[in-house]
Design a protein around this ligand. Structure first.
Ligand code: T3D
Length: 260
C-alpha cells in the first residue's frame, strides 16, 4: 500500500496519510507522495480544493523515529532533512492558491501537528489532540510550529506547549483559535468533505487571493495591508466570478462560480 493515497473527485483532491501502523509518521515515501500530490494540485486546474486526513486511529505522529539510526557516535543532519523535505512541503502548501482543508482524525504529534496547522482550515475530531512532542526527544518544534503557534495561540501558550510537550485537546485547540473547528468523531469526515466541496465550488481565484492576503498580513503594517487589499480587489473585480456573484444576488439565485 502507498504511504499516501490520493483521489480527485468533484474538484476536491483528497490526500490520506496511509501508514496507520506507525500512526502515519513521515518517512521518505510519504514525503514523496505528498510532494507528488501537491505537484498535481498546482498543475491541474480542475482541482479547486484539497482535503488532508489520516488513516487509522492517528493523524500523523511526526518524523518516523523507527528509521533513525541512534547508535553512539552516529550523527544526522536534521537541518538537511528539514531543508529538503519539511520546509518545501510547508512552503508549497502556503503558496498553493487553493484552499487546503485538514481533517485531524486522531493524535497529531511533532511535525504531524504542525503539518495540520500549515493547512488553511483545520478541523479535528473531538478525540483528536495536538502534541508538540519535539521537546520530549530533545528537539525544537519544526515544520512551522514556532511560527504558527505564537500567531494562533499567543506567545505564552505557544511557549508552554513547546516547552512542556503537553497534549492539547481538540476542544481546547478550537477554544484558543489553534484550529477552525472541533466536531464529534463521527462528523469529522462528513463535515470536512462538505467544507472542501463547498470551497471547490467557490470562486477559486478569489479563495487563492484571500489566502495570499491573510497570510501576507502577518508581516505587514495596516497601511501595507490596505494596499494589498486594494490590489487584490482590483484584480478580482475584473473577474467572471465577481460578475456572476453580483448577477446571482440580483436575480435571487445561487451563484455558479467557475473559479476564473
Ligand atoms: O527528519 C527529521 O527527523 C526531522 C524532523 C523532525 C520532526 C518531528 O516530528 S520530531 C517528533 C517525532 N514524533 C514524536 O516524537 C512522537 C512519537 N510518538 C509518540 O509520542 C506517541 O506515539 C503518540 C503520543 C503520538 C501516540 O501515543 P499512543 O500511546 O497513542 O500510541 P503508541 O503506542 O505510542 O504508538 C502506536 C504505534 O505507532 C507504536 O508502534 P508499535 O509499538 O505498536 O509497533 C509506535 O512505536 C508507533 N509510532 C508512534 N509514533 C511514531 C511511531 N513510529 C515511528 N515514529 C513515530 N514518530
Amino acid at each position: 500500500m502507498s504511504a499516501v493515497l490520493v483521489r480527485v473527485e468533484s474538484g476536491v483532491q483528497r490526500i490520506t496519510l496511509n501508514r496507520p501502523e506507525r500512526l502515519n509518521a513521515f518517512n521518505l515515501e510519504m514525503h514523496a507522495g505528498l510532494a507528488a500530490a501537491l505537484e498535481e494540485a498546482e498543475r491541474d486546474a480542475s482541482i479547486r480544493a484539497l482535503l488532508v486526513t489520516g488513516s487509522g486511529r492517528g493523524f500523523c505522529a511526526g518524523a518516523d523515529l523507527a528509521e533513525r539510526d541512534m547508535k553512539p557516535g552516529s550523527a544526522i543532519d536534521l537541518g538537511e532533512s528539514l531543508e529538503r523535505r519539511y520546509n518545501p512541503l510547508v512552503k508549497r502548501m502556503r503558496a498553493l492558491p487553493k484552499p487546503i482543508v485538514c481533517a485531524v482524525n486522531g493524535v497529531a504529534a511533532g511535525a504531524g501537528a504542525n503539518f495540520a496547522l500549515a493547512c488553511d482550515l483545520t478541523l479535528a475530531a473531538r478525540s483528536a489532540s495536538f502534541i508538540q512532542a519535539f521537546v520530549k526527544i530533545g528537539l525544537v518544534p519544526d515544520c512551522g510550529g514556532t511560527w504558527f503557534l505564537p500567531r494562533l495561540a499567543g506567545l505564552q501558550r505557544a511557549m508552554g506547549l513547546a516547552m512542556t510537550g503537553e497534549r492539547l485537546s481538540a476542544e481546547e485547540a478550537e477554544r484558543c483559535g489553534v484550529i477552525w473547528k472541533c466536531v464529534a468523531d463521527g462528523e469529522l469526515l462528513p463535515e470536512a468533505e462538505k467544507l472542501a466541496l463547498a470551497l471547490a465550488q467557490g470562486p477559486t481565484r478569489t479563495l487563492g487571493l484571500i489566502k495570499k492576503a491573510v497570510y501576507s498580513s502577518t508581516g505587514n503594517s495596516l497601511e501595507a495591508q490596505l494596499d494589498v487589499e486594494r490590489d487584490l480587489q482590483r484584480e478580482v473585480g475584473k473577474g467572471e466570478d465577481y460578475r456572476e456573484g453580483v448577477a446571482a444576488f440580483r436575480e435571487k439565485r445561487a451563484p455558479k462560480f467557475t473559479g476564473k
